[in-house]
Design a protein around this ligand. Structure first.
Ligand code: HEC
Length: 710
């Protein structure tokens, strides 16, 4: 899929001195420790740092004045070369991190000595169920255990000291395309986990499991199923906002990432995802708001009881999830201290809500957008009818596109500056409704839009122009005045999650393979490290024996990395995946080994001999079934094999063995038998051969440009 349009859219402080004491704290994680996690900055014991998910570390040993002396203390290579999105946890001098394919690693947090590792052996075929890479975002802790959600939908309790499995529970119907990539949270002995799969016809929910034995305690569905007398009231109310036989297509609304918790109000906040399929005309013929898609929902963690909801995008049809990071803070607005919840969901508006009641306080666009002209006093967006593709049937270039104005990459909130830092993203998409769309929940994107309709022609200048419209920036957002206080424009679009610190710093990795520290008050870059690979994961800070460390998991990947060349051609850069954990400390001087050369052999495809009709069959099948991992128009994903260069391209048999028979399924390249016939698979080969020949000339032109620039 392409995450951009045919042309550029126009206008469109605690002190850190005596923290050594905290390091010695040993023992289980309990409610008291979790609720007071903010008073224990030596450790990082829950996903967002605290239940408020502010990702603010009060530590100030590393600060504006001395961050220039920050150096690599230790690093650890991961054994996967896919997207790395995890936030590590640190407890009592040990660091725990997850990697791609849901693996877990434990280290001595000061020295990097490996302590144990755990591989849940997720079957490689599971990769085809994942919309956006085989990532994992982290762990939760309770008692003496850690909790891991695996890509194939299991929740696993591991002994924190040994990595041994305490219990394991399947949390999804594994015959459907559910995946788990998010980090669990634990509240009062209940482990909470949601799931993903809204591109493949699932029905979203979050569930609570007993931390002691994995027993399921409650399950909260976010969208109505087949109407039933016994449905709870909140689902009956939701069903009123859907049309047709909506339950047959699953509905979506998956809870695949964000959660936050307010212990005083005893409310758990969850972010709910997009509809399945995206195109509302197929999902709910005749329209409707389709609750609780794209909503923030408050529920009781004890019982899973519904309390309130706020829908960011009624009747969503553009993949505008509200699963993005939720931050809780107490801030003064119009002279009143307000308990707020803040989110920058995909739809491009930054929301401030009253978290006790769900009352809408304010919303303003944090990136250029065209799907709405604003949000009215009741908090309902004022839609631009020209972008409501499902009603007109006409294609529409919509900003933002399905990757949103902000994706999963966590924000950070600095209470001293009263700023929310947003890893913002800017890319439009041309939405073309797919005529006669039929679901195939087993494989391929099930969205009701033509995934290949906007493929770019093999024209270098044009591609560079479009690539240049895809942008990334670090925004320091003032949530009271709803405006940016400062902005850092990044050369690459898909950048890392954030950490703010008491040392007046904001840390962020980038697509351009740097890891940086910025002045939290004005965005000045104070320090930078060459990470050799794109960084998308968020950093954390902790101390051991009174010394502050900053850690980040490096390793390029995720949706944009797989499903686009990311404007790479335009920016003349190249991102690759070198997956490793990087840990920094003042005065350290460790070095990474030199980065391997990134040399691609020139394109040398077999001649294109197939007829136009065959190539068209291949194009359509490629768009739906292959583009999400191997990049739209076969332009070459930045993480997975570039099919234009595959040795199998000239070998019909080898191609069938891989794509039909699943010869590489153990490595994440599932068999497409059942979805695609051998003839269609052969047509895809013909299409890729044609594309490779087209791009061959363009590549030569690009090489010339590069030489000229040197
Ligand atoms: C869910 C992600 C995903 C999808 C969708 C996908 N692939 Fe793959 N593909 C992979 C991965 C991962 C590999 C690398 C496997 C390995 O390392 O052995 C791969 C490898 C391949 C290879 C071998 C390339 C080489 O190294 O020479 C071919 C050919 C291929 N895919 C074709 C296809 C075709 C055709 C489609 C669509 C019908 C498709 N793939 C859809 C993930 C995917």
């Amino acid at each position: 899929m392409r995450w951009f349009g045919w042309s550029a859219l126009s206008a469109l402080a605690l002190s850190g001195c005596d923290l050594g004491v905290e390091d010695e704290r040993v023992g289980g994680i309990d409610n008291i420790r979790l609720i007071n996690a903010g008073d224990d900055p030596a450790n990082w014991i829950t996903h967002g740092g605290t239940y408020s998910e502010q990702r603010f570390s009060p530590l100030d040993q590393v600060n504006r004045d001395n961050v220039g002396e920050l150096g690599l203390a230790w690093f650890a290579d991961m054994d996967t070369a896919r997207g790395q999105e995890a936030t590590p946890l640190v407890m009592d001098g040990k660091l725990y991190v997850t990697s791609a394919w849901s693996k877990v690693f434990a280290f001595d947090a000061a020295t990097g000595e490996p302590l144990w590792s755990y591989d849940p052996q997720v079957p490689g075929e599971t990769g085809v169920k994942a919309c956006c890479d085989v990532v994992n975002r982290g762990l939760a802790a309770w008692g003496e255990n850690l909790f891991l959600g695996t890509l194939d939908g299991r929740l696993i309790a591991l002994d924190r000291d040994t990595g041994e499995v305490a219990w394991e529970k399947v949390t999804v119907d594994q015959s459907q395309s559910y995946t788990v990539t998010g980090a669990p949270r634990v509240i009062d002995g209940k482990v909470l986990i949601g799931n993903g799969g809204a591109e493949f016809g699932v029905r979203g929910y979050i569930a609570a499991y007993d931390a002691l034995d994995g027993e399921e305690l409650w399950r909260f569905y976010t969208v109505p199923g087949e109407p039933d007398e016994k449905d709870p009231e909140y689902l009956k109310a939701a069903a009123e906002t859907w049309n047709g036989d909506f339950w047959k297509l699953g509905g979506g609304g998956t809870v695949w990432d964000s959660m936050a918790y307010d212990p005083e109000l005893d409310l758990l906040y969850i972010g709910v995802g997009n509809g399945s399929p995206w195109n509302r005309a197929y999902r709910s013929p005749g329209g409707g708001d389709n609750l609780y898609l794209s909503s923030i929902v408050a529920i009781r963690p004890e019982t899973g009881e519904y309390v309130w909801h706020y829908q960011t995008t009624p009747g969503e049809t553009w993949d505008y999830t509200a699963t993005q990071h939720i931050v809780l803070a107490d801030i003064e607005i119009d002279g009143r201290e307000r308990q707020v919840l803040m989110q920058a969901p995909k739809n491009g508006f930054f929301y401030v809500l009253d978290r006790a009641t769900g009352e809408f306080i304010s919303a303003e666009p944090y990136i250029p957008l065209n799907w709405a002209t604003g949000v009215d006093d009741d908090g309902r967006p004022i839609e631009n009818p020209e972008t409501r593709i499902d009603q007109t049937g006409e294609p529409a270039l919509v900003m933002p596109g399905p990757l949103g104005g902000h994706n999963w990459h966590p924000m950070a909130y600095h209470p001293g500056e009263n700023l929310v830092y947003i890893p913002a993203f800017e890319a439009a998409m041309l939405y073309v409704p797919q005529a006669n769309w039929k679901p195939d929940p087993a494989r391929g994107f099930n969205i009701g839009f033509d995934m290949g309709a906007g493929d770019l022609p093999p024209d270098l200048g044009f591609r560079q122009e479009v690539g240049a419209t895809v942008k990334g920036r670090l925004l320091a957002w003032d949530p009271v005045n709803q405006e940016a206080r400062w902005t850092v424009e990044h050369p690459g679009a898909w950048n890392g999650g954030l950490l703010a610190t008491g040392g007046g710093l904001v840390f962020q990795g980038t697509q351009e393979a740097s890891f940086n520290a910025y002045d939290a008050s004005n965005g000045e870059r104070l320090w930078s490290f060459d990470a050799q690979t794109g960084v998308v994961a968020p950093p954390i800070a902790y101390t051991v024996n009174g010394e502050q460390y900053v850690a980040v998991l490096a390793g390029w990947g995720g949706a944009l990395a797989l499903a686009s060349d990311g404007g790479i051609i335009a920016k003349d850069g190249a991102v690759r995946n070198i997956s490793r954990l990087l840990v920094f400390k003042l005065g350290s001087t460790a070095q990474l080994p030199p980065a391997p050369e990134l040399a691609k052999a020139p394109l040398d495809p077999p001649p294109s001999r197939a007829d136009a009709a065959t190539i068209e069959v291949g194009r359509a099948a490629y768009a739906r079934y292959c583009s999400v991992c191997h990049a739209p128009g076969a332009v070459g994903s930045t993480v997975l094999p570039d099919l234009r260069r595959s040795g199998a391209l000239e070998n019909r048999m080898a191609w069938q063995q891989i794509v039909h028979d699943g010869a590489l399924s153990g490595n994440g390249m599932a068999s497409f038998e059942g979805s695609l016939s051998p003839e269609q698979i052969e047509a895809i080969r013909a299409y890729v051969i044609k594309r490779a020949n087209e791009d061959k000339a363009m590549e030569a032109e690009l090489a010339k440009q590069r030489v000229a620039r040197r």
